[in-house]
Design a protein around this ligand. Structure first.
Ligand code: GRF
Length: 204
């Protein structure tokens, strides 16, 4: 689990009674609240301060070694707020997942809620995807949509989306743990899915 801040997605996964073991929680920011939560639950928590390694490639090489040391089957980005170098992504491709607060491919990058409001979209949401070198564009595992209300603020919209993030990220991890995710030509197939479970919509 790689994170940089609050760690609410990490908490949702940790509390979802999934058939997984969280082998390490690593933050590039030593003050991340997610690390405190991990320690409170006796999960292995590590701060790996990027400001001590100004060279991104060098930092990511060390980070990759640290991650490998724990032998994870899956590496989760849960609010990890640093762009990963291509070498890191290649090394973990196919077992590196991210959650992004928009309905990709709309609104990659930052400030997604502000941008959704500025565009006047009527539906917004979140996406769990495998990470590729193309920022916020990897194969999509699951998405959840929420309505955008006429009087929405970025904060209100963000809270509505975040509640859905906490549903879909644990679900995606469960599917991975059950061996049900298959990446084929850039698309994710969910084995044994006849009902298109990989879309959630709420309050529509
Ligand atoms: C979430 O909105 C997630 O989609 C984005 O960063 C935020 C992290 O929040 N990648 P948290 O640290 O999980 O609470």
């Amino acid at each position: 689990m790689l994170l940089s801040g609050r760690g609410s997605n990490f908490q949702a996964i940790a509390e979802a009674r999934l058939p997984i073991e969280i082998v390490a929680v690593i933050s590039n920011r030593p003050q991340a609240a997610g690390l405190d939560y991990a320690r409170a639950r006796d999960l292995p928590a590590f701060a790996f301060d990027h400001t001590e390694h100004p060279d991104r490639e060098a930092f990511d090489a060390l980070l990759a070694e640290e991650v490998e040391r724990h032998r994870p089957d899956l590496v989760l980005l849960a609010g990890y707020m640093r762009i990963l170098s291509p070498a890191f992504i290649t090394r973990f491709e196919g077992r590196l997942m991210n959650i992004h607060p928009s309905l990709l491919p709309m609104f990659p990058g930052l400030n997604t809620h502000e941008r959704a409001l500025a565009e006047g979209v009527k539906i917004h949401g979140c996406t769990v995807h495998f990470v590729t070198a193309n920022l916020d564009h990897g194969p999509i595992v699951i998405q959840a949509a929420v309505p955008v209300r006429a009087d929405d603020t970025p904060g209100a919209l963000s809270a509505r989306v975040l509640a859905q993030e906490h549903c879909i990220y644990p679900q995606a991890v469960r599917w991975f743990a059950e061996g049900r995710l298959e990446i084929n030509h850039g698309r994710v197939n969910l084995r044994g899915d006849s009902t298109s479970q990989s879309v959630l919509s709420t309050g529509m």
